[in-house]
Ligand binder design. Structure first.
Ligand code: ZN
Length: 57
Protein backbone atom coordinates (compact mmCIF):
# COMPACT_ATOMS: atom_id res chain seq x y z
CA UNK A 1 0.00 0.00 0.00
CA UNK A 2 1.27 3.45 -0.88
CA UNK A 3 0.92 6.48 1.32
CA UNK A 4 0.51 10.08 0.36
CA UNK A 5 3.19 12.62 1.16
CA UNK A 6 3.45 16.26 0.26
CA UNK A 7 6.76 17.55 -1.00
CA UNK A 8 8.08 20.32 1.25
CA UNK A 9 9.64 22.15 -1.67
CA UNK A 10 7.16 22.06 -4.57
CA UNK A 11 4.03 21.29 -2.48
CA UNK A 12 2.85 18.53 -4.79
CA UNK A 13 1.38 15.35 -3.39
CA UNK A 14 3.13 12.13 -4.16
CA UNK A 15 2.30 8.48 -3.67
CA UNK A 16 5.13 6.94 -1.74
CA UNK A 17 5.29 3.22 -2.38
CA UNK A 18 6.75 0.64 -0.05
CA UNK A 19 9.77 0.40 -2.31
CA UNK A 20 10.54 4.07 -1.71
CA UNK A 21 13.59 4.57 0.54
CA UNK A 22 11.67 7.11 2.65
CA UNK A 23 8.57 4.91 3.15
CA UNK A 24 9.62 3.47 6.51
CA UNK A 25 10.71 6.87 7.80
CA UNK A 26 7.37 8.42 6.78
CA UNK A 27 5.48 5.50 8.28
CA UNK A 28 7.10 5.95 11.67
CA UNK A 29 6.99 9.74 11.47
CA UNK A 30 4.23 11.19 9.24
CA UNK A 31 5.38 14.69 10.11
CA UNK A 32 8.71 14.04 8.47
CA UNK A 33 9.67 16.48 5.78
CA UNK A 34 9.28 14.74 2.46
CA UNK A 35 11.11 15.92 -0.60
CA UNK A 36 10.22 14.39 -3.94
CA UNK A 37 12.78 12.89 -6.28
CA UNK A 38 12.58 15.84 -8.63
CA UNK A 39 13.33 18.40 -5.91
CA UNK A 40 15.90 16.06 -4.42
CA UNK A 41 17.78 15.98 -7.69
CA UNK A 42 17.48 19.73 -8.06
CA UNK A 43 18.76 20.41 -4.52
CA UNK A 44 21.63 18.00 -5.05
CA UNK A 45 22.48 19.61 -8.36
CA UNK A 46 22.36 23.11 -6.89
CA UNK A 47 24.51 22.23 -3.88
CA UNK A 48 27.05 20.60 -6.16
CA UNK A 49 26.98 23.67 -8.30
CA UNK A 50 27.70 25.88 -5.30
CA UNK A 51 30.68 23.78 -4.37
CA UNK A 52 32.40 24.57 -7.62
CA UNK A 53 34.98 27.32 -7.33
CA UNK A 54 33.74 30.56 -8.77
CA UNK A 55 35.33 31.73 -11.93
CA UNK A 56 37.44 34.82 -11.44
CA UNK A 57 35.94 37.72 -13.30
ZN1 ZN B 1 9.04 18.44 -4.96
Amino acid sequence: MAMEARCALCGKKYQVSQEHPDYKKLESNPQLTFICDMCNNRVRFESEDQQKPKKPM
